[in-house]
Design a protein around this ligand. Structure first.
Ligand SMILES: [Zn+2]
Length: 134
């Protein structure tokens, strides 16, 4: 996506195109490659581009992008570690327990024969499998 326009990208999602959001959108989406990022990694990346942004703003932007459907949240290692995934289709991951790195498992490489019945009054909205590596 050489002609990536952060402003129109954000506005199409219904988000106001503030400068920090534009910087974040460019890092995450401009090259069209899928990636898994943490808020901490993104904060570092943004500040290396000469535009330091508060971690809280990074978090808020990531959650806004996720709410708008542009990112998926995946649980990483550790208690509160959330990884944001630019690949928003349902898919599964390998998780390196040492580094916390997530890798997509190719479509069709994992099959599940049966799912448990959902608890009374609930329905299964989806599932994603994390296979832990050491
Ligand atoms: Zn992924």
């Amino acid at each position: 996506m050489p002609n990536f326009n952060a402003t129109s990208f954000l506005e199409k999602l219904g988000l106001r195109a503030t400068r920090p959001r534009q910087a974040i959108a460019r890092i995450l989406f401009a090259d069209g490659h899928n990636r898994h990022v943490t808020a901490e990694w993104l904060a570092e990346e943004v500040s290396q581009q000469g535009e330091p942004v508060a971690l809280a703003t990074i978090y808020n932007t990531l959650h806004s992008l996720a709410d708008a459907g542009a990112l998926r949240m995946v649980r990483g290692t550790g208690q509160d570690n959330i990884v944001f995934d630019t690949y928003t289709q349902p898919h599964h991951h390998f998780l390196d327990e040492k580094t916390g790195e997530l890798t997509d498992i190719p479509d069709g490489a994992l099959s599940i024969d049966a799912l448990p019945a959902a608890p009374e009054g609930r329905t299964i909205a989806g599932y994603d499998i994390v296979i832990r590596l050491r």
